[in-house]
Design a protein around this ligand. Structure first.
Ligand SMILES: [Zn+2]
Ligand SMILES: [Zn+2]
Length: 294
């Protein structure tokens, strides 16, 4: 079984929800029967990620994320990074430093280094443009990305299997049209699909993207569940899919879409029809079953 839990469902600037980061879990038995999943993966870990994970661990079937009242970062096997905005990477310094020092192996003293997955360009820029400032200096030495993580660069072509979980869930990574500096896809940003090889069923997780039906059409048609970022408010800045744009999709696709990355206005009366137009607004701290073991 593969499950997905949103640590938060909010936009970068949301204050009533945490930012849109998710926890994937592979289970041999349903949650509650097994104490902990077999494998875990975070998709993004933004500025609010540490606080959101800290709160999640107090829910009963997430107790494996708790160690003596603190967040058990050793339970996080891997982190996948979609792009370098702070709502997607702002929590990585805390995760890395605590894994390096607090969660080092008690016998060997070796730091715990989760796997860190993204494109080669994002991994390079993640260190030199973002993390090196706070993590490059240690007492008596300078440090590299590899001191904190096991980096794994993957292709971003939407076709090649980039990595797997549970030996049956295949991840493919595609570029997203999030921010165009000059041309489409010129600023590295990505989303992903996951396919269960036993059943052929798949899900799509958009990452941050502008409305891009041409680029994402085939993934959306194939998927049985879609998680799509969505901007509810009308602003002139186009870096996310707007609700009115997503409304233009065929009903058969709309009904598969859970909207996430939304602003704090979601409960205004004007948005109450979302539950009828789409699968609904994604809920924080709800464990979605992506694939059961059937
Ligand atoms: Zn974002
Ligand atoms: Zn973004």
């Amino acid at each position: 079984m593969l499950t997905l839990t949103f640590l938060g469902v909010g936009s970068a600037f949301a204050k009533r929800n945490h930012q849109s980061n998710v926890l994937l879990e592979v289970w041999s038995q349903p949650p509650g029967e097994a104490l902990a999943p077999q494998e875990t993966l975070l998709i993004d870990f933004g500025t609010t990620g540490p606080r959101a994970l800290y709160m999640l661990k107090s829910l009963s079937t997430y107790a494996y994320l708790d160690v003596e009242g603190q967040t058990n970062y050793r339970a996080i096997d891997r982190v996948f990074v979609t792009h370098l905005h702070a709502d997607h990477i702002g929590g990585l310094e805390e995760l890395a430093l605590l894994c390096h020092y607090k969660y080092a192996d008690v016998d060997t003293g070796k730091p715990y280094r989760p796997e860190l997955i993204s494109s080669a360009e994002i991994l390079k820029n993640l260190w030199t443009h973002s993390l090196e400032g706070g993590m490059g200096a240690q007492v008596g030495r300078t440090a590299k990305l590899e001191d904190y993580f096991q980096p794994a660069s993957v292709p971003v072509d939407g076709q090649t299997v980039a990595f797997t979980m549970g030996r049956r869930y295949e991840f493919r990574i595609f570029p997203t049209d999030h921010i165009q500096i000059q041309t489409r896809y010129d600023w590295p940003s990505c989303g992903l699909t996951v396919t269960d090889v036993h059943t052929g069923r798949s899900i799509m997780y958009s990452g941050d993207t502008r409305f891009d039906p041409d680029g994402l059409k085939s993934f959306m048609q194939e998927a049985h569940i879609i998680f799509h970022d969505c901007q509810l408010a009308k602003t002139p800045v186009k870096v996310h899919a707007r609700i009115d744009e997503l409304r233009s999709l065929n009903e058969s696709i709309r009904k598969k879409i859970f909207l996430y990355h939304y602003e704090d206005v979601w409960d205004l009366p004007t948005f109450q029809c979302i539950d009828e137009e789409f699968a609904g607004l994604a809920m924080p701290h709800h464990r979605y079953v992506l694939f059961d073991d059937g």
